[in-house]
Design a protein around this ligand. Structure first.
Ligand code: GTP
Ligand code: MG
Length: 353
């Protein structure tokens, strides 16, 4: 297979991966924390938290990185007969449903669960506001068991219950893993790209995806080089590189909007935030190419001395794009990892409500 054939195949593969979508609907009683969960699971400020949703008859849809999260209006048989509700909100089209509750498990939620379960849809139970779970004289584990027993009794079968706190960011790692496990293999990758990592393992899954993308992009950028590299007699496809850095940045959720939030306003993170932002533009990519390029040319040229022509040029282009991509990936990974550490420390220090 020639270099350009390989590049074409890779291009097609990247296009089909990028076209994969995941859709998840959250339903539950007003105020149980659906909007907060949407924001926590994506790490983006998409939904308004704490704002009473007066439009209880419409669904609210949020998009992030190929993921659609939908806040469904409360199910209520007096307003919507089951079939009408399922049709109107296209409930069966979602990849997954999350039944969110805080206080008591609601009868209407049970009914909706039965409706969707009968039609073969998976629904995960999320007991949010775990930080408020307290009863004099009872252990936390007893309270959790009582809740799980209550869910089992109402829905007629034992179901895993995920306990989360959007205030303390607890339980979110287990929930995001459970969501991933429920998705079809082709969709899992999209979920790993879009969800915010709450564990080291999840962060490493992101890294693996990015490393694969770096290698693929290196082949494509080197095979279709259009921008000459100063001081070297070959060219690379800079827009491919710009897209690669965007892919890495978004996979780690490091958008401008996210970086401007309070959670990144920690002095120790500032240098990493700066380099993630600095290299993200086309000018930044060219700067990075300059910084990494010379190094790679020096490292690689001796290896290719016996060869001449396009193969040398493509190999050098490949090596440079890999170097640039991996360098940027390292910066993003370190920043996300440092943030995770800060948040874990805060969680340990936070008092329970
Ligand atoms: N203590 C605590 N409060 C939470 C938690 N999650 C959400 N809240 C608070 O609960 C309130 C309601 O949260 P939302 O995320 O707006 O709830 P919602 O389900 O989207 O509400 P509606 O849109 O009205 O249906 C807000 O004041 C949140 O800050 C949590 O885990 N613990
Ligand atoms: Mg809401």
């Amino acid at each position: 297979m020639s270099m350009s054939e390989a590049a074409e195949r890779i291009r097609e593969r990247m296009k089909s991966d990028d076209a994969v979508r995941v859709s998840i609907a959250l339903f539950g009683q007003p105020g149980c924390g659906k909007s907060s969960l949407i924001n926590r699971l994506t790490g983006q400020k998409l939904a308004l938290e704490g704002v009473r949703n007066d439009v209880t008859t419409e669904r609210q849809e949020f998009e992030w990185n190929g993921l659609t999260l939908v806040d469904l209006p409360g199910y209520d048989t007096s307003r919507f007969p089951a079939d009408a509700y399922l049709d109107r909100f296209r409930v069966l089209d979602f990849d997954l449903l999350l039944c969110v509750f805080d206080g008591k498990f609601h009868q209407a939620d049970t009914e909706l669960f039965h409706e969707v379960a009968q039609r073969g849809k998976t629904c995960l139970f999320v007991r949010n506001k775990h930080d408020t779970l307290w009863q004099d004289g009872k252990e936390l584990a007893d309270l959790e068991r009582e809740i799980a027993d209550n869910v089992a009794e109402q829905v007629g079968a034992r179901q895993p219950v995920y306990f989360t706190s959007c205030r303390l960011n607890t339980g979110l790692g287990a929930l995001e893993q459970a969501i991933k496990d429920q998705l079809a293999p082709a969709k899992q990758e999209r979920w790993v790209r879009a969800a915010k990592a709450y564990t080291q393992e999840f962060l490493l899954e992101k890294k693996t995806l990015c490393e694969q993308r770096v290698n693929w992009s290196a082949v494509v950028a080197a095979a279709s080089g259009t921008v000459p590299i100063p001081g070297a007699n070959f060219a690379i496809d800079v827009p491919v590189l710009v897209l690669l850095l965007k892919f890495i940045r978004e996979t780690y959720g490091l958008t401008d909007k996210a970086l401007s939030t309070q959670e990144f306003a920690v002095p120790a993170l500032a240098p990493l935030v700066n380099s993630v932002v600095k290299y993200a533009s086309t000018e930044g990519v060219l700067l990075l190419l300059k910084e990494c390029g010379g190094m790679v040319v020096a490292e690689q040229v001796s290896k290719f001395v016996p060869f001449v022509g396009t193969l040398v040029a493509a190999s050098l282009g490949f090596a440079i794009v890999r170097k640039v991509g991996n360098h940027y990936l390292e910066q993003c990974h370190r920043l996300a990892d440092a943030l995770l550490h800060v948040q874990l420390k805060e969680r340990v220090a936070a008092p329970r409500a």
